[in-house]
Design a protein around this ligand. Structure first.
Ligand code: PEP
Length: 249
């Protein structure tokens, strides 16, 4: 019922020329994809990526958006700027933004609202640190992060957002949540949405797993009923690997 969505998060990798190169390699490999495919490129790459993506079904994503429309916010980009440049999706609240750039649940919520108001689809990242999992806080934490992030959106708007469950201890570490752990925690997120907004909303929201997803583990993860796709870091930087993840066979 929910179309899977596989999104690459290139992080701070590749300039415009390399971005175009990678997209040109990727295009033929994912032509037949059943999943929605998104590449979230560095902001400087957006025009080159947009050009390279012409004629392809791959969607263009950014890695952050500011919550104001314009003004004295040096270094930031607004939703309307991204939209004008051809961006359709935007990652919000990635754990690296939370860890290194002081993002909080409240600023994540502001960014989510600005993205939705500006016609972008947010990919909202939530997830626990290792010590939080060990202390037994995972479920409460991801439910809280999710509900705060969605505050102020209408039910119709919530149906269109994408949540990425990314255990912080699994990002870029080669460690992956087990299929069951990922499925269970994503189930907790869906249940939190159901309890507040009802089943018609929670059944529609796509919830990805992220954290060292790669061609070897994608099949098991994607076989889980709660998992609707992946947010992929390292494995999105090589066309062949990313294409294997996209096809998850
Ligand atoms: C990410 O950056 O969102 C991510 C999941 O990275 P990796 O796949 O490298 O763990």
């Amino acid at each position: 019922m929910r179309t899977p969505v596989i999104a690459g998060n290139w992080k701070m990798n590749k300039g415009p020329a390399e971005a175009a190169e990678l997209i040109n390699e990727l295009k033929p490999l994912v032509k037949e994809a059943k999943a929605t495919v998104v590449v979230c490129v560095p902001a400087i790459d957006i025009p080159a990526a947009k050009k390279a993506l012409k004629g392809s079904k791959i969607k263009l994503g950014a890695q952050n958006v500011h919550f104001k429309e314009s003004g004295a916010f040096t270094g930031e980009l607004s939703a309307s700027m991204l939209k004008e440049a051809g961006v359709e999706y935007v990652i919000i609240g990635h754990s690296e933004r939370r860890q290194y750039f002081a993002e909080t649940d409240e600023t994540v919520n502001l960014r989510v609202k600005a993205a939705v108001a500006g016609g972008l689809i947010p990919i909202i990242c939530v997830g626990e640190k290792k010590e939080q999992r060990e202390a037994g806080y995972t479920d409460a934490l991801v439910a809280y992060q999710t509900l705060i992030a969605l505050t102020g959106l209408t039910e119709d708007e919530i149906k269109k957002v994408i949540i990425a469950y990314e255990p912080v201890w699994a990002i870029g570490t080669g460690l992956t949540a087990t299929d069951e752990q990922a499925n269970e925690t994503i189930g907790v997120i869906r249940e939190a949405i159901r309890a507040k907004y009802g089943k018609r909303v929670s059944d529609r929201v796509r919830i990805q797993y992220g954290g060292s997803m790669n061609p070897k583990n994608v099949k098991g993860l994607m076989a889980q009923p709660q998992i609707d796709g992946g947010l992929i870091g390292g494995a999105s930087l090589k066309a062949e690997d990313f294409a294997k993840v996209v096809h998850f066979e």
